[in-house]
Design a protein. Structure first.
Length: 200
């Protein structure tokens, strides 16, 4: 994770990190994906596409209208995926509509695996093709497929701070992670609990 990043990578899963690109600051929604370029940066930082793809996309995607179309589609899909994650945290079954939407984007998947160097290690990455706006939804649709088929739903949780909208996959042994981050929400809640106890 890049300390300079403007995105949050605390979800332990790319789909949850994607949903966490829409946050809440003092009760107001804040969209961390404010442009097409933001979304491409996010895809690279989330390791869903290689850095080399970033430059390639920059060279080929210059039409502002098309870039805005992509951003709008990405945001609309994210809002439906947020609903899906909320359903999972509330032990509800995913809706047929969201499964159909994920399947729709999965059908546009084209490409294959490629090896890339990252911080002295070799990683395998799926090299997605980006020829039409709809192709930009594929990496997130694949992440959604992986969340739905490869995780324990009971570990998918929303941060316990009521005003915090962040979600995460609890990979702790004790299965008792309660907050998005101990530094922010966790600490604040612990201080509140401490003050409450002391007042009694
Ligand atoms: Zn939180």
């Amino acid at each position: 994770m890049n300390a300079q990043s403007k995105f949050l990578f605390l979800g332990n899963h790319p789909l949850l990190d994607f949903v966490n690109t829409r946050i809440s600051v003092k009760g107001e929604p804040v969209d961390l994906l404010s442009s097409f370029e933001d979304y491409i940066d996010w895809l690279v930082e989330a390791s869903l596409i290689p850095v080399s793809k970033h430059n390639e996309i920059g060279l080929h995607w210059r039409d502002e209208v098309e870039k805005n179309q992509v951003l709008e589609k990405v945001r609309a899909f994210r809002s439906n995926l947020h609903r899906l994650v909320t359903d999972l945290t509330e032990e509800k079954n995913p809706s047929t509509a969201i499964l159909e939407e994920i399947n729709y984007f999965l059908a546009f998947n084209s490409g294959g695996y490629q090896l890339t160097q990252r911080q002295g290690r070799i990683e395998k990455l799926f090299a997605y093709g980006f020829k039409a706006p709809v192709h930009f939804l594929v990496p997130v649709a694949v992440a959604a497929m992986q969340l739905l088929t490869e995780t324990e739903y009971s570990r998918i949780r929303k941060c316990e701070t009521p005003a915090c909208v962040l979600v995460f996959y609890d990979t702790s042994k004790s299965r008792r992670r309660r907050w998005c981050s101990m530094k922010t929400c966790g600490n604040r809640m612990k201080v509140n609990e401490f003050l409450k106890r002391r007042r009694k």
